[in-house]
Design a protein around this ligand. Structure first.
Ligand code: UDX
Length: 467
């Protein structure tokens, strides 16, 4: 069976390389010739552990190649996966469907044989049905030979674990309208099925909803624990112990209960907004209203880091008495905050939305760094993989190439992405580099007593600043 994958971003490039690893002949298509050229040379334009090795291996074996030509893939492949992006529309909550629509139409126009098109992109419910009609109409109008069917097969891969999640998924979900389409997909995923991966064959709407429901649930879990952070920050208590304790209940589970600066990335934030927009379109305005609250809780975590920075620095830099927590500095820093932050040297450790990724889309860390800079702080940023992508968005921040360079002379260090490199930092060494040994742990990954023993003023999200 010959496969094509349309779109070679995080999802598409991973899927293409993993399908080649499974033994298929694969062509990846992208409309960006520079991307196609880079991938054809075996160069991955983003960071994803384990993926460069697969790419190089299968470009070399000839099982994987890349093109910009729909005519080429349309004539060649039996199955076409659509893995293009569905970003948030600028200034709106809804998803921008133009790339998925364009891919579906371009495929429909260039296939002149029997084939299966399989949507993998995260889409508003109702999309597959609409595209099935669009594909059929396009092909009828052009009088093209061959039977072309559409299936929907949502993708659940996590960045940083994309290869593992694709090769050994925890479940496979397909939305199909015929037994033939299901059989083709069973053949594609035969190895995972043989290993016992649960297989859920259902209708289009369920398949589409499974993906957004999963992401809405995960976002809710994170915001749930972060809402409790707001309480423990006020009254005391240990947010990590709280999460551990409720997580022991198997009905709740400990995963995705890590309190911190909140969720970001190319999926969770935009998916919960797109879901709200879609249900509003359906006249169900109240149904997903709680997700607006989850979004708010999530964004308030960023306010809280800025507020903590002001509190901590007003004490350590300006000798002011420690202020009790107050409800967050908000998006526009107040004049007092600006006065405190002005000229303060702040080391930012981490700008990606999570470790083991170079992705800064909707990154809480980058947002906080930029807000501190805008309020007048002298911000030095270090991320093991994310500096270049961050600099493309916010070029005025001072990006440095080592952790030490960021820490040098800093009045405050804020850990915003929990890379292993930061978790392994030696507080005694860090203290020798900084002007003032002061740290905010915005991911709750450092042991407070170790840092305090090394002479640090230590603050963390989910913990009362003044004990
Ligand atoms: C997510 C889904 O997990 C995945 O199934 C889907 O296919 C795409 O969206 P991803 O965006 O790669 O994957 O990141 P994920 O690991 O889910 O983390 C999302 C965000 O939540 C990150 O910013 C992370 O730091 C944050 N997070 C996660 C927390 O703040 N606390 C947690 O306990 C877990």
């Amino acid at each position: 069976m010959k496969l094509s994958v349309i779109g070679t971003g995080y999802l598409g490039a991973t899927h293409a390389a993993c399908m080649a690893e499974l033994g298929f002949e694969v062509v990846g298509l992208d409309i960006d010739p520079a991307k196609v050229e880079a991938l054809s040379r075996g160069e991955l334009p983003f960071h994803e552990p384990g993926l460069p090795e697969l790419l190089i291996k299968h470009v070399a074996s000839g099982r994987l190649r890349f093109t910009t030509s729909y005519a080429e893939v349309g004539a060649w492949a039996d199955v076409h996966f659509i893995g293009v992006g569905t970003p948030q529309r600028p200034g709106e909550s809804a998803a921008d469907m133009r790339y998925v629509d364009a891919a579906a139409v371009s495929l429909a126009e260039h296939i002149s044989r029997d084939a299966l098109i399989v949507g993998k992109s995260t889409v508003p419910v109702g999309t597959a049905e609409r595209l099935a009609t669009l594909i059929a109409d396009t092909r009828d109008a052009a009088g093209l030979p061959g039977a072309v069917e559409l299936a929907w097969n949502p993708e659940f891969l996590r960045e940083g674990f994309a290869v593992k999640d694709t090769l050994t998924p925890d479940r496979l979900v397909v939305g199909v309208t015929s037994a033939q389409a299901e059989d083709v997909l069973r053949e594609v995923y035969a190895q995972a099925l043989a290993a016992g991966t649960p297989w859920i064959a259902t209708d289009y709407a369920t398949a589409e909803l499974v993906k957004v429901a999963a992401n809405a649930f995960l976002a809710t879990k994170i915001s749930f624990i972060n809402a409790f952070s707001e309480i423990t920050e006020q009254v005391g208590g240990d947010i990590g112990t709280l999460a551990d304790a409720i997580g022991h209940d198997p009905r709740i589970g400990r995963r995705f209960l890590n309190a911190g600066v909140g969720f970001g990335g190319g999926c969770l934030p935009k998916d919960i907004r797109a879901l709200q927009a879609r249900v509003s379109e359906l006249g169900l305005d109240r149904t997903m209203r709680f997700l607006a609250e989850m979004d708010d809780i999530n964004l308030r975590r960023r306010d809280r880091v800025v507020d903590l920075a002001v509190q901590v620095l007003s004490h350590t830099l300006h000798g002011a008495p420690r202020r009790a927590p107050n409800g967050g500095a908000g998006h526009t820093p107040d004049p007092v905050s600006v006065q405190v932050l002005n000229g303060a040297r702040i080391a930012i450790l981490g700008v990606t939305f999570k470790p083991d990724s170079d992705d800064v889309r909707d990154s809480p860390a980058l947002d906080v760094a930029n807000r501190l800079y805008t309020a007048g702080a002298d911000v030095a940023v270090y991320d093991p993989k994310g500096n270049a992508n961050a600099a493309a968005r916010f070029p005025r921040l001072d990006y440095v190439n080592t952790c030490e360079a960021a820490l040098q002379g800093a009045d405050l260090v804020i850990l915003l992405t929990e890379w292993d490199e930061f978790k392994a930092l030696d507080p005694t060494h860090v203290a020798t580099l900084m002007a003032r040994p002061t740290i905010i742990d915005a991911r709750n990954v450092l042991d407070p007593s170790t840092w305090r023993q090394a002479g640090f003023t230590h603050a963390a999200l989910g913990h009362r600043y003044i004990d």
